[in-house]
Design a protein around this ligand. Structure first.
Ligand SMILES: [Zn+2]
Length: 295
């Protein structure tokens, strides 16, 4: 792959926002390595080799490894083969040597074929809403069009994530932006396709996020543009609807207080058209969909 050759350029182009508001760099190489211990060492996600990665040694040696890494190459071959499958071939035969290979192919299939498995979503009841002051709010534009009822899982804590709807509007098609989600402030957690979460401030253009619909069907989409602007926020708190109090769980989220921002609601047999509640008309007692996320 050419990623290693372009390492320096990619490093320079990848950016996030620091607490001071200035741009900081975060290398795309961290999509392939996981930091260990005190971030002094890291492990290659594809082959398990361990490298030094403290702040003084840069990422050049990690890019060089990625260029040679057999595990990474195998993953790329699987992905290319499966993407070709999308263009009209009827089958692909892939030779696997280890169990891990099968998992990599499964991940590639998930990325390539879109909709795959179903995620368990839970009903939660809104317990409080409060207008608060402005905060740095993250607006995500994806390289995919979302369907009505699809959104991203976001929350103040990673253990309880709300299904935040896209700016898809059936009632006002001219104002519809089905590629956009007003996701929340920089500190909020967002669910990723690999089952982990990250802060909204850590997202980068080119990174994948997980789209989920009202039925819990999920697929992967790539971020095309990120805009962070100061916006008036609303604090929303909710509680899950477990019969036993022991298992009740409370959760919260801050969102931009605008009519284009809303939550996906649970399916109701007697009101199948009610899919989204805008935050501007949210009331205590309304039901929304949440994901109880376990690390
Ligand atoms: Zn490796």
């Amino acid at each position: 792959m050419s990623q290693a050759n372009n390492g320096a350029d990619l490093d320079a182009s990848a950016s996030g926002i620091s607490s001071s508001g200035s741009k900081r760099k975060r290398s795309f190489v961290w999509d392939h390595f996981t930091k260990l211990d005190n971030a002094e060492k890291c492990v290659c996600d594809h082959c398990g080799r361990i490298y030094t990665c403290n702040s003084t040694c840069g990422t050049g040696h990690l890019w060089r490894h990625l260029d040679r890494c057999e595990g990474h190459k195998k993953g790329n071959v699987s992905q290319e083969a499966l993407q070709t499958l999308n263009l009209g071939h009827t089958g692909v035969r892939i030779k696997v040597e280890e169990l891990r290979d099968i998992h990599e192919v499964k991940d590639c299939l998930r990325k390539t074929k879109g909709m795959t498995d179903q995620l368990a979503l839970t009903k939660a009841t809104i317990t409080r809403t409060q207008l608060v002051s402005a905060g740095d709010h993250v607006c995500l534009d994806l390289c995919s069009l979302m369907k009505h009822g699809e959104g991203l899982l976001v929350g103040t804590y990673s253990g309880g994530l709300f299904l935040v709807h896209s700016e898809h509007s059936e009632s006002n098609p001219s104002a519809s932006r089905p590629f956009r989600v007003h996701a929340g402030p920089v500190h909020a957690h967002i669910a990723l396709p690999d089952g982990k979460t990250c802060y909204l401030s850590e997202l980068q253009e080119g990174k994948d996020v997980m789209l989920v619909n009202q039925n819990g069907m999920r697929r992967t989409a790539m971020i095309g543009r990120i805009e962070i602007e100061s916006q008036p926020l609303i604090l929303v708190e909710a509680m899950t609807l477990e019969e036993s109090n022991i298992h009740q769980k409370s959760m919260s989220i801050f969102l931009q207080n605008a009519g284009t921002v809303g939550f996906v609601t649970p399916h109701e047999e007697n009101n199948p058209l009610k899919i989204v509640i805008p935050v501007t008309s949210l009331k205590v007692g309304d039901e929304v969909l949440v994901r109880l996320h376990s690390e």
